[in-house]
Design a protein around this ligand. Sequence first.
Ligand code: SF4
Ligand code: SF4
Length: 340
Amino acid sequence: MDTVILKKENLIGFLKSLNAARLIAPAAKKGTTSFEVIDDLSSVTLDLNDYMASPKKAVFPQTETLFAFKKQNGNLTIAPADRAQATVVFGIRPCDARSFQILDSLFRGDFNDPYYTNRREQTLLIGLACKEPTNRCFCPSLGGSPSSAEGLDMLVTDIGDAYCINVLTDRARSALSQSAPLLAEATKEQRAQKEQADKESLAKIRRHVDLQGMHEKLPRIFEHEIWMELANKCLGCGICTYYCPTCHCFDIQDEGDTSEGRRIRVWDACMFEEFTRHASGVNPRPSRAERLRNRVMHKFTYYPLNLGTIACVGCGRCIELCPVNEDIIEILEKVKAVHE
Ligand code: SF4
Ligand code: SF4
């Protein structure tokens, strides 16, 4: 039973049948769609054209407590971080599922980050193939596709009056133990409809970039004036990094006083001036040119060299959301055009 069919009217029943302690799914909020913890299943929306927030907070929250401490009558008590709840993330884009694998290579690589790993192990990923990729998507240039199943436990594809579900892992099979009454084996015709839907969505991708030789070229033009030119209009707001599904810079801060408090981890961004400023006041990346160069080189040179993969999945959110229209594809094209 690896390719099954769910009637659209049974979607809420299906989500209920997964019995997740915590369900995270796209929900309409203040005029946009974002990934939220769902209390009311009717708030789940599958409007993929309006996805701005990435679901990375499911495994890497914007703020998390690493531990809390309290001192009372001379005794110090340390409370560790809460254990992660069993979580289903429903409706994520295939590119976002791939971004979780990219985060894994850092947080579960040479050093195992227990906070991330705990959440990751408790998380089941159910993707939704993109039916209408946006005009900023370029996932095929990064080895993905609107219907990629990489990194997912299940992949849901809209085939008109029903959803076709590819069940990809043993964890997914076990999560479906209560869902059988709502599912039927896919017919040959329905499988063909899914293949057709995949072809149509792939054909709608309009943007592409050839990354051949990119990670070797970037270090060679490290000192080139192009970085100044490219960064001229950047405001340093950090939106591109906060919304990027693969960006993962963080800061550790202590809150409270000597008798009670907590240590927290919060998102940070290499596009902020303070990010690399030393306590001495020296900043090795004093201008936006150095910071933009670092962002590009981190994704397209340092990450592939150190962890074996480009740290971009071609979701295009940074293109969509940048207030001054910095465009990562145009930046890469300009880098390619530099004569050495
Ligand atoms: S979103 Fe645009 S303006 Fe803001 S830091 Fe990123 S590149 Fe600069
Ligand atoms: S760099 Fe831009 S296009 Fe690439 S994954 Fe991050 S937000 Fe998406």
